[in-house]
Design a binder for this molecule. Structure first.
Ligand SMILES: *Cc1c(COP(=O)(O)O)cnc(C)c1O
Length: 388
């Protein structure tokens, strides 16, 4: 199968229709009618911040994740920051963060007043492993922020056990993994908290910024409800009673309506992503491009389809010439970025090498199989050409 596509002679240099890296318009169309109905109701009841649309989505999201509670917040970074504060993480504490992640994971640790301790990742999954995690533990470690990057969970059986035996709080950054599972359990349901972003481009995305924290700890849920709303006590007469230092990170009804409508499509959309990933796995020449591997107990939701290739920037340019859009997640590891370099504790070779080799291929549920095939064939052709 892969031999016939590596030649790529039938791939036009400038195809009439480019294949975009990401296009969310199909998802928008799927829910537009339902969103309009929900927004009409919102205009009638005037519950713009909090209110019934938010409560409804929070219940639906907790149920979907298999947790008792969900707290809607303003974005994914707040979800992490607020959860860490509610868990008592602050000055003097270290939180282990994989260096290969979106900057927000590390940012939230620093915003909470704690210190990020960067860990390396595995070269085949580009995720934390029990070994890389253990190598980053120090006497000051209070928590681990596991990141389900690209929509896949690392070995959560081993990582949960390790956190328990070392007495570390487990936090899940599930911003890229809405609906992904490990051993049949959903992302977000393993840790003390599971933190989600609903940024428009995520697998479940709002029409603006939004986020949520899920938990099955009733006291923690109550504290997070209070912190997101200026520290207000969660009681009928609590409006002017600010018992803890809070913040303003409330979810608005405008976004909750969108999220409830989209949630009904999430499983079907994730299934499409898995089918597209299967096409990439079938067609891409594994000798020249290393697609992230899937672990046996995981079912990924492939927020991103990431390969590692030589001459990444050149490959990206040549694909662009052929009309194939790509992204890079992420070109600079967190421990080498300006604000976080002060926390770096030596080199992290796998992450640093991968940063020059990672390339994200087109991936969104409304991407046509034909177009994924074209992208895979173009990638093979470009890599063959560069090999000559
Ligand atoms: C998107 C994302 C976030 C942050 O979410 P925002 O809603 O943009 O604040 C955090 N972590 C990861 C891994 C993400 O992909």
């Amino acid at each position: 199968m892969s031999t016939s596509v590596t030649a790529g002679r039938d791939v036009p240099v400038r195809p009439s229709e480019p294949v975009p890296f990401l296009d969310i318009s199909g998802a928008t169309e799927d829910v537009a009618a339902e969103v309009r109905l929900g927004w009409d109701e919102l205009l009638r009841n005037g519950q713009y911040v909090g209110g019934t649309a938010v409560t409804r989505f929070e219940q639906e999201w907790a149920e979907y994740c298999g947790t008792d509670f969900a707290v809607g917040v303003a974005n994914g970074t707040d979800a992490l920051h607020l959860a860490m504060r509610a868990l008592g993480i602050g000055p003097g504490d270290e939180v282990i963060v994989p260096a290969n992640t979106f900057v927000a994971t590390a940012e939230a640790v620093v915003l909470a007043g704690a210190v990020p301790r960067f860990a390396d990742v595995d070269d085949s999954t580009l995720l934390l492993t029990p070994e890389t995690l253990k190598a980053a533990v120090t006497p000051a470690t209070k928590a681990v922020a596991v990141v389900h990057l690209y929509g896949q969970l690392p070995d959560m059986t081993a990582i949960s056990q390790m956190c328990e035996s070392l007495g570390l709080i487990l936090i899940e950054d599930a911003a890229q993994a809405q609906g992904a599972t490990w051993a049949g359990r959903r992302a977000g349901s393993f840790g003390a908290v599971g933190c989600f972003s609903f940024y428009p481009g995520k697998n479940l995305g709002a029409f603006g910024d939004a986020g949520a924290v899920v938990t099955s700890d009733a006291a923690l849920n109550k504290l997070m409800l209070s912190i997101r709303d200026h520290g207000r006590m969660q009681s009928a007469d609590g409006h002017h009673s600010h018992g803890v230092l809070g913040m303003n990170s409330r979810l608005d009804g405008v976004q909750a309506v969108v999220l409830s409508a989209k949630l009904r499509h999430l499983d079907e959309w994730n299934k499409k992503r898995r089918e597209l990933m299967a096409t990439y796995r079938e067609l891409i020449d594994p000798e020249r491009a290393k697609l992230v591997e899937e672990l046996a107990d995981g079912v990924g939701v492939h927020h991103l389809a990431v390969v590692q290739v030589d001459q990444r920037d050149r490959v990206r340019e040549l694909l662009k010439e052929r009309g194939i859009g790509t992204g890079i997640h992420y070109p600079v590891p967190c421990h080498l970025m300006g604000p976080y370099a002060q926390y770096a504790d030596g080199p992290l070779p796998v992450t640093e090498t991968a940063a020059h080799r990672q390339l994200s291929l087109p991936m969104f549920p409304h991407l046509r199989q034909d177009d994924a095939r074209r992208a895979a064939e173009a990638l093979n052709a470009v890599l063959t050409e560069l090999d000559r």
